[in-house]
Design a protein around this ligand. Structure first.
Ligand code: IMP
Length: 538
């Protein structure tokens, strides 16, 4: 046999340049192919690029609206089992942003926005407060449920009341449960004035050797509390999303498109809101475009994220009406049955690609909302052209999500429900059971979940979501850094150093894609093992 003639190995890179075969497809080739229908994240994959930088060098900074940029592309969804004060504070501290839900009264939602804007790392701005008439038994109850018993006492029993004393574990020791706290509280107090910095307050605590430091205003009214135990674990948050001028944490909140939502927005703006999300399952409506026009003329300093949309046509209407960002997704959410019941929606990867491709021409960022189940989905959403992802189910099991943990078939879980579930749409209806098992009484209030699905005037409520529970995921203070580090490592594999490089690489065809067949998806998952444990990070 004649010996094979081979090319000189040192010419491999030059040969590659002229090679007729190119691995994979460009994003446009992948998404405009007529061979397959709409694609989900699981239907596609990216091919590896070249690594010539450490993962830590990857920048995940991104714009979520015309004027607001975040250091990480993570947003929490405006759902009543996902984003209230605690989640919004921690999302912002960790470099993302939380969107506070509107399935509650306007005043309560505004109070949550105010609490996020007022948050200073280390200070407890919503401490448990008692009055002198509360008893030792009340303190024991807090200790059993929440694990602490250092509680400030004010004349009203509320934050903002005049500070009268403090009760600690030593004060209640050996006391009968019915003893009023006014009889046993410590009245010699060490306090710090409102406006004190964290390091000054830290110093006062150190010298005083006390466990708690109440912060009071000039009238002696309690404004917040500092705990020694918290100081020890106070973290630095280098990625925190802060307003460039006020340095306060960024906060977003959702509203609907009804006339009453204009009054709601007024309260939210007064509370310091930065970004409003107009929340609708089908954003291309005259109600939403009217609302957008009104917001842009009434509050020009507020950025508006509009949606939800899944087509260029829908997007064009909202962009023309003034949207500063677009939320993309219809039927992709983990709790969603819209595609099943309405027969309307779009597979999420195709939806994000189409809307982002169009919106990028107008400088309007796109948020991929729903269907994010792991780090890979985040990367794929960004590769499709999204600037950020919005998550519900992935965050609903964290400590910072609303609601208490409970046990379901031996597993520690938290409730998670679609805003189009019957349970969410009937929230506040007299006689129904609230999220935490509380029974609702009194007059029904206008329900935001029904308006998201245009069901407020229907006699029959047609569900577009389900109600269930998700596994305990621990704290977002560990989970979000995992998502962030995972993203950096994935970008390194792709050979791109930033979200912008990923977008331009996908547009230029240097980032390459491939469709995953059903068997490719099986191959790409764990297979062939009898049993295994799947620990995602350490
Ligand atoms: P997840 O992250 O996959 O759990 O999806 C969360 C997203 O699903 C939300 O941000 C909403 O856009 C969407 N969503 C929330 N509730 C419902 C519902 O009841 N039906 C359909 N979609 C919903």
């Amino acid at each position: 046999m004649a010996p094979a003639t081979y090319l000189d190995p040192s010419t491999a890179l030059d040969v590659l340049q002229r090679y007729e075969h190119r691995d994979g497809l460009s994003l446009d080739e992948l998404m405009t192919s007529k061979v397959h229908g709409g694609l989900t994240y699981n239907d596609l994959l990216m091919l590896p690029g070249r690594i010539d930088f450490p993962a830590s060098e990857v920048k995940t900074e991104t714009r979520i609206s015309r004027r607001f940029a975040l250091k990480t592309p993570f947003m929490s969804s405006p759902m009543d089992t996902v984003t209230e004060t605690n989640m919004a504070i921690h999302m912002a501290l960790l470099g993302g942003i939380g969107v506070i839900h509107h399935n509650q009264s306007a005043t309560s939602q505004a109070e949550m926005v105010r609490a996020v804007k007022r948050h200073e790392n280390g200070f407890i701005n919503n401490p448990v407060v008692f009055s002198p008439r509360h008893t030792v038994e009340d303190v024991l109850d807090i200790k059993a449920r929440l694990g602490f018993c250092g509680i400030p006492i004010t004349d009203t029993g509320k934050l903002g009341g005049k500070l009268l004393g403090i009760v600690t574990s030593r004060d209640i020791q050996f006391q009968p449960p019915t003893t009023p706290l006014g009889d046993i509280m410590t009245k010699e107090l060490v306090t710090a004035p409102k406006g004190v910095t964290l390091s000054e307050a830290n110093q006062i605590l150190r010298v005083s050797k006390r466990g708690k430091l109440p912060i009071v205003d000039s009238a002696g009214q309690l404004v917040s509390l500092l705990a020694r135990s918290d100081l020890l674990k106070t973290q630095n948050y280098p990625l925190a999303s802060k307003h460039s001028e006020s340095k306060q944490l960024l906060c977003a909140a959702a509203i609907g498109t009804r006339p009453a939502d204009r009054e709601r927005l007024a309260l939210l703006v007064e509370a310091g809101l930065d970004i409003v999300v107009v929340d609708s399952s089908q954003g291309n409506s005259v109600f939403q475009t009217d609302m957008l026009h009104w917001i842009k003329t009434t509050y020009p300093h507020i950025d508006v994220i509009a949606g939800n949309v899944v087509t260029r046509d829908q997007a064009a209407h909202l962009i023309a009406a003034g949207a500063d960002g677009l939320r993309v997704g219809m039927g992709s959410g983990s709790i969603c049955i819209t595609q099943e019941v309405m027969a309307v929606g779009r597979p999420q990867a195709s939806a994000v690609y189409a809307v982002a491709e169009f919106a990028s021409k107008f400088g309007v960022p796109v948020i991929a909302d729903g269907g994010i189940g792991n780090v890979g989905h985040v990367v794929k959403a960004l590769a499709m052209g999204a600037s950020a992802v919005m998550m519900g189910g992935l965050l609903a099991g964290t400590t910072e999500a609303p609601g208490e943990y409970f046990y379901q078939q031996g597993k520690r879980v938290k409730a998670y429900r679609g805003m189009g579930s019957i349970e969410a749409m009937e929230q506040d209806k007299p006689g129904t059971v609230g999220l935490n098992g509380s029974s609702k009484k009194g007059k029904p209030v206008e329900n935001a979940a029904t308006s998201r699905y245009f069901s407020e005037s229907s006699s029959v409520k047609v569900a577009q979501g389900v109600s269930g529970d998700v596994d305990d995921r621990g704290s977002v203070t560990a989970f979000l850094p995992y998502l962030h580090a995972g993203l950096q490592h994935s970008f390194q594999d792709l050979g791109v150093r930033s979200v912008q490089e990923l977008h331009s690489g996908a547009r230029a065809g240097t980032v390459r894609f491939e469709v995953r067949t059903a068997s490719a998806q099986v191959e790409g998952g764990v297979h062939g093992l009898n049993s295994y444990t799947k620990r995602l990070f350490a």
